[in-house]
Design a protein around this ligand. Structure first.
Ligand code: SF4
Length: 436
């Protein structure tokens, strides 16, 4: 098995158009100054992105462990293949923090061994996938937002904190073909519990009641349809503010709503996304309106796309009968483990051992786990077989999806002693017979 990345050099190298995977913006205009196999400077990156590029890769850990003891990569791959092949109800979990190429191989393994396949998304994001399955996704690229959007609504999110360059590159100050004056060419609305703390400076702020995202969106939809809201109704936000927002929406030529996690509980989030998409459907009878999830860092959009194009569904898929069955809840990682059904697990760059409920964690500790990650985690520490990986994007090539489903090629800047996730997964895929 080979290691990845460019050849070492002690001179200062400039890597242009590097892609940052720290947040869903996936900025692809980053210039990296690399010296002695270390990133010294990340030009154009925001502080959050610069920290991601400049972080020291995990060093000194063995490339592979079997039962907590250092092992060769080949032996670990063989042991991983044995565990997964012998399992009667295996689970493949994670994927959101890997390149599309690695995700694709993981899905092949799941298909071959008849596994439950679930991505490690925050619960809000996962459940929104159910709404997209039900209503359909009505979204546009960030390039279209930059060039056309005259109304941008941030709902339940504060981009200045979570996606620092979103505004400058696409949605607030960005100057485009039909938005030549940047910020002056568009109206900004912010809907949230509290005003932003990051200098968003919206034209309109709508204070939301805690947990009332659905009610507010449904009221907004009714207002857009011209219905009168009776006194005593529960609009989820001040009616006058919602009326002002609906007027702004009706007056826009091209509007977009960026949907964050909102204020509702995770269990309600697919209803919130349903309501936002239904509202966008209504508005598209008169103008152009889109809804775009504010995806986080890593490659969650890639996981959504890769799992969907290979199985037809984005997550919570069971492949044990030789064809995909989609049933989040029944086939989600937490439930499969809590019910004690899975008897082996392949975990790709995720840490279920520290994130799931106690029953799921207890069962995970009792079964054969094969874990791949970029550093030591609770899951890699307790796994039967674990692999340490080269950081994707920074040290290995591959494809990353931006939050708007635009795919970008990562440009590795440094060399790593560790293998890529794709290399390890290909080895496991060969061991279980998923690849020749
Ligand atoms: S905005 Fe996001 S993707 Fe862009 S440099 Fe900052 S952290 Fe990286």
């Amino acid at each position: 098995m080979t290691t990845s990345g460019p050849r070492a050099s002690s001179s200062l190298n400039l890597i242009s158009d590097a892609v940052c995977a720290r947040c869903g913006c996936a900025c692809d205009d980053i210039e990296l100054l690399v010296e002695a196999n270390r990133v010294r400077e990340a030009r154009n990156a925001c502080p959050m992105g610069a920290e991601w590029f400049l972080a020291s890769p995990e060093a000194g850990l063995p490339k592979a462990l079997i039962g907590g003891r250092e092992a060769s990569l080949d032996a670990a791959v063989a042991e991983a293949g044995r565990i997964l092949s012998e399992a009667r109800f295996p689970l493949v979990h994670g994927l959101a923090n890997a390149t599309c190429e690695a995700q694709r191989v993981a899905v092949s393994i799941a298909d071959r061994i008849g596994a439950c396949l679930d991505t490690a998304m925050p619960l809000h994001r996962g459940l929104s996938g159910m709404a997209f399955q039900g209503v359909g996704e009505i979204h546009c690229s960030l390039g279209e937002v930059k060039n056309r959007a005259d109304l941008v609504i941030f709902w339940g999110c504060d981009p200045g904190r979570t996606h620092p360059r979103h505004g400058e590159r696409y949605s607030i100050g960005a100057k485009g073909l039909f938005t030549p004056l940047g910020r002056q060419s568009r109206r900004i609305a912010h809907v949230d519990l509290l005003p932003d703390s990051s200098g968003l400076n919206p034209d309109l702020f709508v204070p939301l009641e805690q947990g009332k995202d659905f009610e507010a969106l449904w009221t907004l939809r009714a207002l857009l349809r011209g219905h009168e809201i009776p006194a005593g109704a529960c609009p989820g936000a001040p009616l006058e503010a919602l009326r002002a927002l609906s007027d702004a929406m009706k007056g826009s030529r091209f509007g977009v709503l960026f949907l964050g996690t909102g204020t509702s509980s995770a269990a309600d989030s697919h209803m919130v996304v349903d309501a936002a998409l239904a509202m966008a459907l209504d508005l598209n009878r008169h103008s152009r309106f889109y809804v775009s999830p504010m995806r986080g860092g890593g490659n969650p959009a890639g996981a959504d796309n890769v799992v969907t194009w290979q199985t037809g569904y984005p997550f919570g898929v069971h492949l044990g009968r030789g064809y995909p069955r989609f049933n989040p809840g029944e086939f989600s990682t937490e439930e499969v483990l809590s019910r004690g059904e899975a008897d082996a697990a392949l975990v790709v760059a995720a840490d279920p051992a520290s994130e799931l409920n106690p029953a799921a964690r207890k069962h995970l500790a009792e079964i054969g786990v094969v874990a791949l990650d970029y550093g030591e985690t609770e899951t890699t520490r307790s796994a039967r077989v674990s692999f340490m990986l080269a950081p994707y994007g920074l040290a290995t090539p591959g494809t990353i999806y931006r939050m708007d489903d635009v795919s970008l090629p990562a440009r590795p800047a440094v060399r790593s002693a560790y293998p890529s996730a794709e290399e390890v997964l290909r080895g496991i895929a060969r061991a279980v017979g998923a690849l020749p």
